[in-house]
Design a protein around this ligand. Structure first.
Ligand code: ADP
Length: 201
């Protein structure tokens, strides 16, 4: 029997939704340690910086800790999830499944990862039906359109997103982009253009 079984839940979490948190909570019971980790992926643009997302995950995990779930940690990594899992000596990569498109994607990814390391197994957890249509991209689109996102994300996440988008609504005073994280975040101008193109003229 092995002790200290570690699973890593990698993803963009841009933003983290209550569907992600549900996977984390249900999975945490089955491992000694669950690492909820943001993969810094330059190909996948996100309007939240890595620091902002880490802050959101930490806030959620702190709340879970107060509810008695104390085996969840937060981290971020560059490069592939499988190499990260090796580095932290995880035995499992955890992923969530909402539908058959997720299934095909996760199957392909798990197969590719198996080709890299046979020591780490990918395990997938089905989302609860209630969360099966919930995605970070949908939440982002809704928030950009100025609609409420409270039913999809933790209240702190909703506040932070609204705060950030509030800043974007003031074109005369654009905030400075964090250069160190510019690779993984959508530029302010890009976001403003998207908002403007969606606003009825
Ligand atoms: P990605 O890793 O492709 O950037 P996300 O960060 O959105 O995707 O999600 C990370 C993992 O969580 C993926 O396995 C994804 O399928 C899963 N997931 C996303 N949304 C939900 C949800 N609402 N319920 C359950 N699992 C989800």
């Amino acid at each position: 029997m092995r002790n200290n079984i570690i699973a890593v839940y990698p993803g963009s979490f841009c933003p983290p939704t209550i569907g992600h948190t549900d996977v984390v909570v249900r999975a945490a019971a089955h491992y000694d340690k669950l690492i909820w980790a943001i993969g810094v992926n330059s190909a996948k643009k996100c309007f939240l910086t890595v620091s902002e997302r880490l802050d959101m995950l930490r806030r959620i995990v702190e709340e879970l800790r107060q509810e008695g779930l104390n085996n969840i940690e937060v981290d971020s990594f560059e490069g592939s999830a499988i190499r990260y899992a090796e580095r932290i000596e995880a035995s499992f990569i955890l992923r969530g499944l909402r539908n058959t498109s997720d299934l095909q994607f996760e199957l392909d990814m798990a197969t590719a990862n198996r080709g890299i390391s046979k020591k780490i197994e990918t395990v997938c957890m089905f989302s609860k039906p209630h969360y099966a249509t919930l995605s970070s991209s949908m939440v982002t689109e809704i928030a950009i359109l100025g609609e409420k996102i409270d039913q999809y994300v933790h209240p702190y996440v909703a506040r932070q997103i609204n705060k950030k988008l509030g800043v974007y609504r003031q074109p005369s005073k654009p905030p400075q982009d964090d250069q160190s994280e510019a690779r993984s975040s959508v530029s302010i101008n890009e976001l403003k253009q998207r908002r403007e193109s969606k606003e009825p003229s």
